[in-house]
Design a protein around this ligand. Structure first.
Ligand code: PMV
Length: 320
């Protein structure tokens, strides 16, 4: 009746931005990400016939705000006629601030829920359920370099290269710890509704995916850097041009971008990406890690940096 699971957030290099079906939360296009290793979310789920309602404890504090999404996810895995559950979640990084905390949370939640409900579910089925709650969460079921393909009916997700095959490092520059002003879901719907760039964004997505996939398979850092930065900047252009506009960056985000450009000009293997928040993620070859970290630490407005390698998909943990 109780199970524990752990998942790591993932950082998209080719972004998911836009929904084909809002009701089912199906992405309008594919995406490609790397799963991290040193940031994690642990989830424990315990079903009990003594509970009148679901309960959520997030980082040791009761939380009712996130509970509806958690309950909806429990329903999708265990059915609406399930027992009520006590869910406890712990993360070692800030949540709701553009660090993909919903990805690791819902990936860990589907794995723990399925086990606590006594099911033997396959990874893709769980990824599809996680994705129906938070699109990027589907990718955190898998480790390493992960590609998500979107079709009319469903998504397919797979690891295209294991983490150990190309051990890149991700340096995260945290520029603001608070929650973001507009949720990614709401911002995506706004982009699709009125950004003049949305349709060309979607048209170009398949070609960007092919380019990134080939770059990963050939370990071509320069190609991966070029297509990833281009894809990130296109996604933000789509949202900047929506009405009302969505601008997640702050001045420190731009300082970090400039620092990465400077390192690139000096010939270092590093590139940036930015998600629905003001944090900048620099991806580099592992021997560049210290240099990249100190450059980002030196940028005005950076609160702190975090370093992660690439890691595994969601896993069950031994229950306490
Ligand atoms: O999974 P969501 O709904 O939080 O959206 C994620 C959106 C981005 O992080 C900006 C891009 C991505 O592919 O992860």
């Amino acid at each position: 009746m109780r199970a524990d699971a752990q998942a790591q957030p993932n950082i998209a290099l080719i972004k998911y931005w836009g929904k084909r079906d809002i009701e089912q939360n199906l992405p309008a296009a594919g995406s490609l990400s790397v799963t991290l290793d040193s940031l994690w979310t642990k989830m424990s789920v315990e079903f009990s016939d003594a509970l009148p309602v679901d309960q959520l404890v997030l980082n040791a504090a009761a939380n009712d705000e996130m509970l509806p999404r958690i309950s909806a996810c429990l329903d999708r895995v265990a059915g609406t006629d399930r027992l009520r559950a006590s869910v406890e979640s712990e993360s070692n990084f800030p949540i709701a601030a553009g660090l993909a905390s919903s990805a690791s949370a819902f990936a860990a939640l589907v794995v723990a829920t399925s086990k606590a409900a006594g099911q033997e579910s396959d990874t893709l089925s769980l990824a599809r359920i996680a994705g129906s709650v938070s699109g990027s969460a589907a990718r955190s079921l898998y480790g390493g370099f992960v590609e998500l393909q979107a079709s009319d009916a469903n998504i397919d997700v797979e690891t295209i290269a294991e983490a150990g095959v190309w051990p890149l490092t991700v340096v995260i520059a945290v520029t603001e710890e608070g929650a973001k002003p507009v949720s990614s879901g709401e911002a995506m719907i706004r982009s699709a509704a009125n950004s003049p760039f949305y349709s060309s964004w979607l048209e170009q997505q398949p070609a960007d995916l092919v380019s990134a996939r080939n770059a990963v398979l050939r370990k071509d850092f320069a190609q991966l850097a070029a297509v990833s930065e281009h894809n990130c900047l296109k996604m933000h252009s789509v949202m900047w041009a929506s009405r009302p506009p969505v601008v997640y960056w702050n001045s420190a985000t731009l300082s970090c971008m400039e620092a990465v450009r400077h390192l690139q000009d000096e010939g270092h293997a590093v590139f940036f990406t930015i998600d629905a928040g003001p944090q900048l993620k620099a991806i580099c070859l592992s021997d560049e890690t210290d240099l990249v970290r100190s450059a980002l630490d030196g940028c005005a407005g950076v609160v702190r940096t975090m370093v992660s390698g690439l890691g595994a998909g969601a896993t069950l943990l031994d229950s306490k």
